[in-house]
Ligand binder design. Sequence first.
Ligand code: 13P
Length: 253
Amino acid sequence: MRKKYAAGNWKMNTTFDEGKKLLSEVVNMVKDELTDANVKVVVGVPMPYLSTFGQLIDTDKVALAAQNCHPEASGAFTGETSVSMLKSVGVKYVIIGHSERREMFNEDDAFVAAKVDAILAEGLTPIFCCGETLAQREAGIHFDFVRSQFTNGLFHLSADELKKVVIAYEPIWAIGTGVTASSEQAQEMHKMLRDHLASKYGQDVADEISILYGGSVKPNNAKELFGMPDVDGGLVGGASLDSRGFTDIAKSF
Ligand code: 13P
């Protein structure tokens, strides 16, 4: 059975104290309320809080994520953070290829692919984001575009490596807009992506990969989205900043 995920991406939000309170609440609620052992809650907190916040997590049900990394192991990369640094403070997952980084920081497919390699080399789990713009969807090239992000970002991996990757499909037009992809639109894309993985790695491998949906996931739409056969959870932005709502999302499988 594929692992299910409720992954929070706090983005550039919360002060240290606010974040500490939010994470403590999430950890306590998840410990008390989340009964499905196949669901993993992942919390992507701001970089400066990682080391301290890792110590607030005292349950296997919750894991710490970073929102970015640099592919190089060390060196003259001012302001950047290597995967080994993240690993050394207890990070288990790293969000990469997010559209905000691709668009605002000009990260291309090759750079994202190098991050995948660096994360896997340290034994951490990449959360590989992909997704089309509204213009691409309206032009009818959304499937081709997202397929190309996959091919360029992931298809250099062996099957064993690919199995360690978590995918997040995040249509850019649904991020932070309150416009969620319909469950049918999410399912259609997730199925196409799984088929694309199967075309290279075989159906057995493709069936093991968790594909999350991201883009205005809220407590009131999570159940319908997560009910689709190829939607294995969510990568949640705004709604992950509310402990009650985020925990409810994690309980929506
Ligand atoms: P929202 O849930 O705020 O739309 O953000 C989605 C996202 O970008 C998660 O990475």
